[in-house]
Design a protein around this ligand. Sequence first.
Ligand SMILES: [Zn+2]
Length: 447
Amino acid sequence: MTSMLKPLFVYNTLADGSLRILNPVVGEEVWTVPGRNQRPHVNDPRKAPEPLAAGLDLDAICHFCPKNSEHTPAEKSRVVRTAGGFKVLEKQTAEQALAHPALFRRVPNLFEIVPMDFWKRNYGFRLSPLQRQWKEAYLSTPKGRAHILGVIDEKLEHQGKTPDEILATAEAVKLELADAFFGGSHDLIVSGSHFQANPGTWADLLSSGSLGREEHFIFLSFTLNAVGEIHRENPYVKHVAVYQNWLAQAGASFDHLHKQVLGVDTWGAGIQRRMEILRRFPPFYNQVLLAAVKARGLVLAENAVAVAVVEPGHIYPCLAVYSKSAASDPAGLSPDELRGFSDLLRALHAAAGPRVPCNEEWYFRPRGSEPAMPFHVLVKWRVNIPAGFEGGSEIHINPLFPEQVRDRLLPGLRELLAQGEMPGASVGENCSCEDACLRYDKAPPRR
Ligand SMILES: [Zn+2]
């Protein structure tokens, strides 16, 4: 391995204080300019939130709310509380599904990015025996059949069909369209409630940072279950994208906590670029990325199994949590590794607060591929809107210096640590973040 192959993380501070960064995983230049960060941000958190009206039904705010389940397709599974903890209920009928309040539900995305028709026409996909069996069982009850036909009608209406056209569509055609609900590869992992307990204002939404530690861990585990099932049931899926859009400015249709899992037949350019970097220089994440972050004092928190940092050089202010696990696939993390990872990710959301619109993006090695990649999640604050300059020049203006992001988060992280919300963790300058602490490149090669 020669030094020629080592990708450069360019981090230039100029005489006037402006910053120019090239983070090789982004591949485009990102600038931060003094003074630009004083421009008002979208969803300015300084604005006072509206109080909730008395008598408002807090379980029927949006289509993801528990009392509006007729607007989302047949639920694939749900996590419920039990006397001893939690359990997952799979593939129930419409009648069974509503019997126990959900902590999280997995429902098909009504507006899939990669739809059932794509898989059928391009790959010859057909429902698996398990999916077909569940579809038949779901449609066999009056409530289930009415639910599915109702959601199909709603979908047709969204597609621009008139009421007469919808009425004239044969039931057999509608039931065929419903294959998307039972065998689709784009699901939502939706929280059981819209608001935190006892909300006072519209800002008291249930967010990743307001979930309890155990609940957040279950949120991640339940999401990973869905990734596993999409891989098992759709052999044409090459990678499952996992992401979370929080608030409208980050692309969410509803201010109701949910993640998305989306099976795709390609990796996409972002994963492709990272895999190429790792092929050229396997220790990239330890020796280039974390080394650059550590040298600039941008480590936020660390525990035995993960490290959280401000990651410079992205289009938006960006935080990251890296798993130290040797597993490149989050499904291979031990429960303790996932729990510790979850603690840091939740803490980043909690320290930023629920009013910052953000995207959570999960990165991991696509199944069946080389080389190794550390499982990590980026959290991008959607406080700026790329505009014309960015489009033409492919130079991006990130409104916040990485140190400003760090300084905004550290007090909150220290408070969480003091409250026992990050057991075994260190914060800020107390993090050792030792060289080569990510063990992804120490795993034995795949066979
Ligand atoms: Zn809701």
